[in-house]
Design a protein around this ligand. Structure first.
Ligand code: GDP
Ligand code: MG
Length: 192
């Protein structure tokens, strides 16, 4: 195993916590090849290790957003194995979800809708923060899904939407800041 990837057990142990001692679990979902691991590595600050062919990882980081610190555990484990157990576990454990598709792959976009439906079914009464992500926005010439299609889908599914390019690091920070803000919003509305 490559040394450039952090092992999930390590990061769970070393996880920090924010002011109320809570660490939020954010789970990446999406078809193979859409860029989940690339986005996760940028989040984890190990983006230069693109030649790692890892099978599953967890990244632990605190983000300061709007002058407040929040601890996030990012799970890139959706494709770790093909067991139904793992898929079910992923659907259950997240405090928030990032559903990724590639703008160059229409079928990954359709898969993203499926995942949104599955998630809604698994967590029926909960109002979980979800961000729909159209990645690979740099590949202009092979685009198959327009920005409008992406944002329309997000409206239907009642979630946030952003296009990113992991390759160019475009909007990746906005994505993770966005998920932190979403988590805080839901948290605050629960406490009222
Ligand atoms: P995963 O299977 O969802 O984890 O996807 P990976 O992160 O492994 O990415 C799959 C392939 O797409 C890799 O070759 C990446 O280098 C490439 N890739 C990921 N994000 C982008 C992006 O934003 N733009 C481009 N052009 N390629 C990307
Ligand atoms: Mg991957």
């Amino acid at each position: 195993r490559n040394s450039c990837v952090s092992d999930s057990s390590d990061s769970v142990i070393s996880s920090g916590s924010d002011s109320d001692g809570q660490v939020y679990k954010v789970v990446l979902l999406g078809e193979h090849g859409v860029g989940k691991s690339s986005l996760a590595r940028i989040f984890g600050g190990v983006e230069d290790s693109s030649d790692c062919e890892e099978t599953g990882n967890t990244y632990d980081r605190s983000l300061v957003v709007d002058d407040e610190e929040t601890s996030i555990l990012l799970y890139d484990v959706w494709e770790q194995d093909n067991s139904q157990w793992l898929k079910d576990q992923c659907m259950r454990m997240g405090d928030a979800y990032i559903i990724v598709y590639s703008v160059t792959d229409k079928s990954s976009f359709e898969k993203a809708s499926e995942l949104r439906i599955q998630l809604r079914r698994a967590r029926q009464s909960e109002n979980i923060p979800i961000i729909l992500v159209g990645n690979k926005s740099d590949l202009v010439r092979s685009r198959e899904v327009s920005v409008d299609e992406g944002s329309a889908c997000a409206v239907v599914f009642d979630c946030k939407f952003i296009e990113t390019s992991a390759s160019l690091h475009h909007n990746v920070r906005d994505l993770f800041e966005g998920i932190v803000r979403q988590i805080r919003l839901r948290k605050d509305s629960k406490e009222e």
